[in-house]
Design a protein around this ligand. Structure first.
Ligand code: SF4
Length: 362
C-alpha cells in the first residue's frame, strides 16, 4: 500500500507547516519548498529555508513535487499531495451529522480547523490537479469551505475539486456563492441510497435526511451546480435500484453522473459487512435494470469499485477504475488477467473469503 504518512525527524515548530519537496538541487526554491540535499537507502535530507528536514522513505519512492503537512511534535508528516497521483484528497473534518451503515470514515466529535493549511497545500499542487474534499461532512464547516474554494479560484484557477457531501446543509442563501465558485470547478458528490425516504433515512441514520436532500438537489439544480449522485449497493437497497433510477430520471435529470458503487470493507462497512454486502457478481440483475432505465433516460451511469470480472461482459463498459491507487490491490488470480490494466481491482482491506463469489481472470 502507498504510504500517506511519512516518518520524519520532528521539527521544532509551533504551527502546522506546509512544505513542497523538490529533487532538483539546482532549482531556486520558492517559499514553502524544501530541496533535496542527500539521498540514502532509507531516508533523505532536505534543506528548508536553512533548516534540515529528514524524511524516512525507501529510495525507490518518488517524492518530487509532493506536498507535506507537518504538525508540531509529530514524528510523521501527512502526504497531502502526491505529485504523480490523481487520487489526492483533503480530509477537512471528521465530524458528521449522519451515521451511515457503510461509512468508511466513522465520524469523530472533535474538529481541528486546517483550512488555511489545505489552502496553502492546494496552491502548491501540480498544474491542473483535481483534488478530492472529503470528511466527515465538509459542509458542517460551510463558510470555511466556501472561502477555501473561492480563494483557490482566485489563486489557482486551473484546479478543480470533487466535494463529497451529504447535501444536508445547503440553503437558498448559498446560491450566489455557488455561482461564484463556478459550475466547472466543483463536482458535488452526493450519496442517495433509495427513492424511499424511510430506507434512505435508515441507511444514513438520520430522520428527514431524504426530504432535506430532495430539497437541496432542487436548489443545486437552480444554481446550475455539477452533481454526481452516489449509490452504494447494499442488501437494503439492491432490489430497489430500478425504482431509484426512475426517481433520478424524473427528479434529478440535471445530474452529471449517477455512480453506482460497491462497498468498501473498512470502518462501519467492515463492521456491518455480513449484513449489508450485496454480491453483485452473482446478483447483478437489479443493477442491470437500473443501468438500462437510467441510460434510456439519457443519464450517464458509472460503476465504481466493481472488479471488472464481477460485471457481466455487456456492462463492463460502465465500470471505472475508481479505487484510489494508495488503497488498491489485486489478488493472485489477477496475475495474467488480460484486463488488469483497465480494472481497478480490490480495496487493500478486501477479504475474499467473504467477498465476490464469481471473479477471476478474463
Ligand atoms: S481478475 Fe483481477 S484484474 Fe482481472 S478483472 Fe478480475 S479483479 Fe480485475
Amino acid at each position: 500500500m502507498i504510504a500517506l504518512r511519512l516518518r520524519i525527524d520532528p521539527l521544532p515548530i509551533v504551527e502546522p507547516l506546509i512544505v513542497r519537496l523538490r529533487d532538483d538541487k539546482n532549482c531556486a526554491p520558492q517559499l514553502e519548498e524544501a530541496v533535496l540535499v542527500s539521498r540514502y537507502e532509507d531516508y533523505r535530507e532536505y534543506d528548508f529555508e536553512g533548516f534540515g528536514l529528514t524524511v524516512h522513505v525507501p529510495s525507490s519512492v518518488s517524492l518530487d513535487g509532493d506536498v507535506l503537512m507537518i504538525m508540531p511534535g509529530q514524528k510523521s508528516a501527512h502526504r497531502l499531495i502526491r505529485a504523480d497521483s490523481k487520487h489526492n484528497t483533503f480530509l477537512v473534518t471528521e465530524q458528521c451529522d449522519q451515521l451511515c451503515v457503510m461509512c468508511s470514515q466513522p465520524p469523530k466529535k472533535h474538529h481541528t480547523d486546517l483550512f488555511a493549511q489545505f489552502e496553502e497545500a492546494a496552491e502548491l499542487a501540480p498544474a491542473g490537479a483535481y483534488i478530492g474534499i472529503s470528511g466527515g461532512e465538509p459542509l458542517l464547516h460551510k463558510q470555511r469551505l466556501f472561502a477555501f474554494l473561492l480563494n483557490i479560484k482566485a489563486t489557482r484557477p486551473d484546479l478543480r475539486f470533487h466535494v463529497l457531501t451529504n447535501a444536508q446543509h445547503f440553503e437558498p442563501s448559498d446560491m450566489d456563492t455557488l455561482d461564484k465558485i463556478g459550475r466547472d470547478r466543483v463536482l458535488w458528490g452526493i450519496p442517495l441510497y433509495s427513492s424511499r425516504h424511510e430506507i434512505h433515512d435508515e441507511i444514513v441514520g438520520k430522520s428527514n435526511a431524504f426530504e432535506t436532500l430532495e430539497t437541496n438537489l432542487a436548489l443545486l439544480m437552480r444554481a446550475g451546480a455539477s452533481v454526481e449522485l452516489r449509490t452504494v449497493v447494499m442488501r437494503q437497497n439492491a432490489d430497489l435500484l430500478p425504482e431509484l433510477a426512475d426517481y433520478i430520471a424524473t427528479k434529478a435529470p440535471f445530474i452529471n453522473v449517477w455512480a453506482i458503487m460497491q462497498l468498501e470493507n473498512i470502518g462501519y462497512g467492515r463492521m456491518n459487512w455480513t449484513k449489508i454486502f450485496q454480491d453483485t457478481s452473482v446478483a447483478f440483475q437489479s443493477v442491470k435494470t437500473a443501468i438500462n432505465l437510467a441510460t434510456a433516460h439519457g443519464l450517464e451511469v458509472t460503476l465504481y469499485n466493481f472488479p471488472l470480472c464481477s460485471v457481466p461482459p455487456d456492462y463492463r463498459q460502465f465500470t471505472s477504475s475508481t479505487i484510489s491507487d494508495w488503497k488498491q490491490k489485486y489478488l493472485g488470480f489477477c496475475d495474467g488477467c488480460s484486463s488488469r490494466l483497465t480494472c481497478g481491482g480490490f480495496f487493500e482491506w478486501y477479504n475474499h473469503a467473504e467477498g465476490f463469489h464469481r471473479v477471476g481472470a478474463i
